[in-house]
Design a protein around this ligand. Sequence first.
Ligand SMILES: C[S@@+](CC[C@H](N)C(=O)[O-])C[C@H]1O[C@@H](n2cnc3c(N)ncnc32)[C@H](O)[C@@H]1O
Length: 421
Amino acid sequence: MAKRDLRNSLTAGDTLEVVVDNVAHGGIFVARTEHGVVFVPEALPGERVRVEVSRVQKSFAHSELLEVLEPSSDRVEHFWPEARLDRAPEHRAGGAEFGHIKLAKQRELKTQVLREAMQRFGGVEADARVVAAPGDNDARGLGWRTRVRLQVSEAGRQGPFAARTHNVVPVSSLPLAAPSIQRDALLDERLVGAAIVDYVALADGSTDIIASEAGAEAGRSDTIVELVGDREFQLDRAGFWQVHREAPALLTDAVRRAIDVSLADPKAANLDLYGGVGLFAAALGDLLGSTTRVTSVEGNEIATDHAAENLAEWVGAQTATASVQQYLKSTLERASAAERDRFRAATVVLDPPRAGAGEPVIDLLADYAPAQLVYVACDPVALARDTGLLRARGYELATLESYDLFPHTHHLESVAAFRRA
Ligand SMILES: C[S@@+](CC[C@H](N)C(=O)[O-])C[C@H]1O[C@@H](n2cnc3c(N)ncnc32)[C@H](O)[C@@H]1O
């Protein structure tokens, strides 16, 4: 039977009463209606809600939530007053799209999204469960963000965008932010002329405040130091660092656990891809000893400069400023037979951005043919797609752990281990 075209029966601006069926990837929910699939934000499965259609395409429509008519027992009042439903959708603060859901239910929904993605795109039945980071349950999922980026309105007021808009919503509190940011943020000040302001919770308990104009290039700036256990990592104050206060230590442990030490060889051509300032190269080095050979590959030159310092204690550690794809391609092209043996014995950690590694990089990795890969992923669908590609190239998923490192949002972080089948 031909599928119905939603454009024949729905128009932007229509209001509908719908029953929400399920969660989808991206922090949105699905209602199957007489017209077809309607995506609904800020809802929960089982709820009857009133929505306004915002965009109609052939096979689905998007909507904004106006009113909850029959709430789920997992619904709570949003912890952030500026994100509550008593405001019009375009004036609700974005960035905490699961804040209306009990914390335990948020993790259940994330687990479901992860498992469904792994089954659909990765072809594997994963039994991983998204678990809380230490301290988050006691803190009700608040106070974890060590980095907060706010937009600045023309009038100089600060806040996040409302979801799906470029409308700045001024806020009077930042409940997800680390306590030092909550204490130091200049939310009452007018920052006229700035386009964004970044708040960074520093390890010494102070807050770095970086206001930038529109289109400003993030050049080299001051160096800051982060601590993971008693190890120091230096980085640029505006550079990438894992956002949840527990994430660097938790992911370091998870990466170490994911590595099968019986397959790891300190003398192999080990890699830390998308390496940032060398967090996971250090995890590998800690596990395999002071002579570990590992190359941290990162596209940002400022980060690789810091990585070189951070990895100085390992005589076999190197850094390369390059795109991962380019690095793998050129390394494979000029490899001798002996080097190819060191590739095959390697342990490769990769931590790509949200879009995942993607087919060209997975193909090159399969040619590199390391003994094992540890994939740190912030997007379950990208991980699942790359899982499918790796399985097609002879790797099997050995372990999968998943963490709720972004409470009150739909995001989650996973650490997957793949071994050559
Ligand atoms: C999710 S971060 C991980 C950084 C590091 N592993 C950590 O945990 O601190 C991804 C990193 O990949 C870098 N990156 C993004 N695309 C890249 C590419 N195509 N080639 C090399 N590096 C890339 C970014 O600059 C960023 O530092």
